[in-house]
Design a protein around this ligand. Sequence first.
Ligand SMILES: Nc1nc2c(c(=O)[nH]1)N[C@H]1C(S)=C(S)[C@@H](COP(=O)(O)O)O[C@H]1N2
Ligand SMILES: [Mo]
Length: 438
Amino acid sequence: MSKKKKIGLHELYSKDPIEADKQLWGRTTDPVTRRGFLQKGALTALGLALGSNMVFAEHFPAGMIPAGLAHTGQPFSLPGKRAGLTVLNDKPINAETPPHLLDDALTPNDLFFVRNNGIPPESIDVSQWTLTIEGESAAKTKSYTLAELKSKFENVTYNLTLECGGNGRKEFNPPAKGNQWSTGAVGCAAWTGVRLKDVLKDVGVKPNAIYVAYYGQDTHLSGKAGKVVISRGVPIAKAMEDESLIAWAMNGQNIPVLNGYPLRLVFGGFPASCSGKWLSKIVVRDQVHDGPKMTGQSYRVPCKPVAPGTKVPDDEMCIIEKMPVKSLITFPKTGASIKLAQKLPIRGKAWTSAAKVAKVEYSIDFGSTWQPCTLQGAQNRFSWQAFSASITFPQTGYYEVWARATDAEGAAQPMLLPGWNPRGYLNNACHRIAIKVS
Ligand SMILES: Nc1nc2c(c(=O)[nH]1)N[C@H]1C(S)=C(S)[C@@H](COP(=O)(O)O)O[C@H]1N2
Ligand SMILES: [Mo]
């Protein structure tokens, strides 16, 4: 690559995207790269690459890359985690779960994704662990040991889905900085603990309380003692919901160290960044919390939609609260082959911050027509819901199966990346798997 002009990414792309790609990657986009622009004329070549004809090719949207060409992660092992997770970063540790490993009703602890911003605490003495509640809108400051939390308040279990706000960031164009999450920064577990609201009531909450935020015991990447890694929170109304938990168990076992052992917050329906791990302090605030990663561009999206590549000033960015409806096909694994005479069983999970997912549909013709899936109910709000279907294909060739969930508020998943935003949050586009029928 020759001399690059000193010019920001957003400016580069807003001028001329083709020129921008040349400057950034030393070439123009080609038809089979993920960020490429697929021309209809390239479909024959793609057929060759896929080893199969693309049935319904006329419906294949320009700008997408066939799911059959998507890259797969490499196996790697992490403490308390099964090989097979895709490790995106090892300092801090960030690892996602491939879709076919999310097929269990509840995500096993050793398959649950990890999103760390700092370094987890190294030696944890559970008998010495305390949780302190304080803040300008707390009636007093009060601390609890784990034993006190467990014995003083009602113990409850809810199935709650956690999804990182940046899940799906990989698809943003122009690219967004940060972990390039594909689809796997999500999981649903049975979380056991006490209700946050019961503990807050025991301490006393002043009428002027508007936000509840956390501090955890992880260490900043710089290694500086006392430097806060991340401190986020939720509006008081969210904190007071029945399903908002201070949890010590995940699927009936201790929470894995990488997921916040021995204590964490769990808020379903909100970005998982609100669910503080290694929880040691909760603050009740009389203002919107202003801890690290609450302000500036972090976990925020433009208050009004912007063109891709736009630089948005901090005061025009709004905090992400509810997560959008989404689904994943968890069986079969993308790339599966089947005989024409066979029916293809598919299974998946769908979730929303609304009361429930109302329906899930699938398409085998790139979204031209949709068929209903069988959808199971949920044990409680913010749990994911299982869906399934049995698919017959009209002829041999290459297909994509797409799934689309619609929630109780009528919100459905878009087929393409929804509104571009600078940090690459909230991508709830339909999941697609490739199927070869012979
Ligand atoms: N103390 C602490 N809590 C944290 C984080 C962190 O780095 N430190 N990461 C947050 C983010 S951004 C996400 S997406 C979730 C991830 O939870 P998991 O690692 O259990 O999947 O934890 C949140 N809680
Ligand atoms: Mo996150």
